[in-house]
Design a binder for this molecule. Structure first.
Ligand SMILES: [Zn+2]
Length: 208
């Protein structure tokens, strides 16, 4: 997908890599692939994932295609900071959109201390709008990879995650039956929140 060792940095300096994309785009697979290569190169690797994601086992990152790597579940940045070993060279973080505020600053701090930081996460919400912190991370990263799923309608590369059940949460955990990948042409953008309410009210007015 992309070179395992980008040449965009000094040999002894840290840097940030972002793997961004929608649901089912293979972000976790790519993260696991890079972390495995670092381990083969005998670098000390630590991986983290949000404690709330039930798709994971307790102690591993598991991709949709069932690849896995040991990982520590954490609730937030503070927990990650506590769990980080002093001699870790490569830090992988999956599903960063669930880890709360302070993540961008934390990644920059790790990179400034000479570590390679590889993060994976959703770059857009179900409305097709940029979803923090991934866009901010993309801006400060040395390397950005956009992963694509396959549009369920036409088979083209898909950047959007179409929500196929109702819900108000910006991202629902456990993507299984909740989203399907769509390309730009087949993504049906949900109405802005305010309009949805107004439309419902208008429809109610007509029938009464
Ligand atoms: Zn399509």
């Amino acid at each position: 997908m992309s070179p395992a060792t980008p040449r965009l940095h000094a040999a002894d300096a840290g840097w940030i890599e972002v793997i961004a994309g929608g649901m089912f785009s293979g972000k976790s697979e790519e993260l696991i692939r890079r972390l495995r290569r670092a381990r083969i190169a005998r670098q000390k690797v630590q991986a983290f994932h949000p404690a709330l994601d039930r798709r994971y086992s307790e102690s591993e990152i598991v991709s949709h295609d069932a690849r896995r790597i040991p990982s520590t579940p954490v609730a937030d940045v503070a927990a990650m900071r506590r769990a980080l070993d002093a001699d870790t060279l490569v830090v992988g973080i999956d599903e960063v959109q669930f880890l709360g505020p302070g993540l961008v600053a934390f990644c920059e701090e790790l990179a400034a201390a000479g570590r390679r930081v590889i993060v994976a996460g959703l770059d857009m919400d179900y409305r097709g709008e940029p979803f923090e912190p991934v866009p901010q991370l993309m801006a400060v990263a040395e390397e950005v990879t956009k992963a694509h799923a396959v549009c369920v309608v036409c088979g083209a590369p898909a950047s959007y995650s179409q929500r196929i059940v109702a819900g108000e949460e910006r991202v629902m955990v456990g993507a299984g039956d909740t989203y399907e990948p769509r390309c730009r042409a087949h993504f049906e953008r949900p109405a802005p929140r305010g309009e949805e309410v107004a439309r419902t009210a208008a429809a109610g007015g007509e029938t009464s």
